[in-house]
Design a protein around this ligand. Sequence first.
Ligand code: NAD
Length: 421
Amino acid sequence: MSSLFSKARKRLKLAAKYVHVDPDVMEKLKSPQETLHASLMVRMDDGSLRAFNAWRCRYDDTRGPTKGGIRFYPKVNLDEVVALAFWMTFKCAVVNLPFGGAKGGVAVDSKKLSNTELERLSRAYVRALPNFIGPDRDIPAPDAYTNATVMGWMANEYASMVGHSSPAVITGKPIVLGGSLGRDDATGRGGYYVLRHIEKELRLTPKKTRVVVQGYGNAGFPCASLLHADGYRIIGLSDSNSAIYDPDGMDPHAVMEHKTKTGQISGAPTHGNCKEMSNQELLESDSDLLIPAALENQVTTENAERIKARVVLELANGPVTPLADDILNERGIIVVPDILANAGGVTVSYFEWAQNRAGYYWSLEEVHKQMRSFIEPQTKAIWGIKEEKEIDLRTAAYVLALRRIGEAVSARGTRAFFKRS
Ligand code: NAD
């Protein structure tokens, strides 16, 4: 298997040096449990039939049904889907959710489809997975270029296949179709809870901390807003078109208002002398806290030496490559890893699944309270492992996750157990 997955597995090998797990555990985690490839045949609006490549991977279900998003993106491929499913396995274990990890994708430029074509594609995806997904088996959710509407179509298609309503089969649905309050900003909010919980350890003080956020979507915007409300100074923001930087700061809501009106953040109102720059320049600009919240592979060996922030909070999945990670570690820059920093999204997805199964829905206050109660103790535990073993935060997060997955695999018997009988 090629690059992204092999990079992902390197993190596991590193963590295994610091936690004792039975060799059976490593054998089990070496490769995905189950992957499915399908060619989705979709009738287009012009009457033609088109085939789209689609994948779903259930990486490991030892700790519970598998959980992970579906992305609609032209470059999606098997390697990426498997790597993301691997990360989900560890992310769910980090926050101690009763789930394994999965991921899915369709190779499509969804912006080029009409809404009716998008609906047909979404429904075709579910029809291709008749015995693969299910509330006790594998529970998809939104990811890049899929959203609540797509999840609503998919839940409806599943219900028509099984003959009854089954909202717990998928999360991230519209609220009126069984979605949870608080799912929309959960990823950014989760990152905010993580950061504020170890703020002292990270030696950050709100009023003195200058923040740059790359990517201004579902993950980046809520995090920037919450930090701003607590006194952090947001000095740089970007989207796929442009980046703005103002050392005097900016109001994230005013920038979002401008982006909603004009479709771009370029030209948004700020407090002082705003400079426009490229996304690469923004990553390397003078700041204390850098929050990559757009795409993978943004901090690489090309720019890691020039990153000026003291702390990097990974809201995106995989924004720092493993070699860049080594450079940042050597330079004393603390990276709060994706499997912890962006786990708020899957945590509220878990709440949605639990609410669907109970048929009882929580208030927004309850969602926030429960999210804190899941995320904060794990954040402290990971910081404790980092200190105790003198390792970086990412390895510490993998150590915690591997310990949990290892216990679950071992509970079914290891080679030591079976050799005795
Ligand atoms: P989104 O589509 O809502 O937002 C992405 C943002 O990044 C947009 O503002 C887009 O313009 C910007 N962007 C795209 N390419 C860029 C580039 N080259 N440079 C700068 N900005 C660029 O997506 P999202 O849901 O916020 O996801 C962002 C990241 O967070 C992804 O890595 C995703 O896997 C991860 N993530 C999201 C969630 C979630 O619940 N939304 C959960 C976990 C992880």
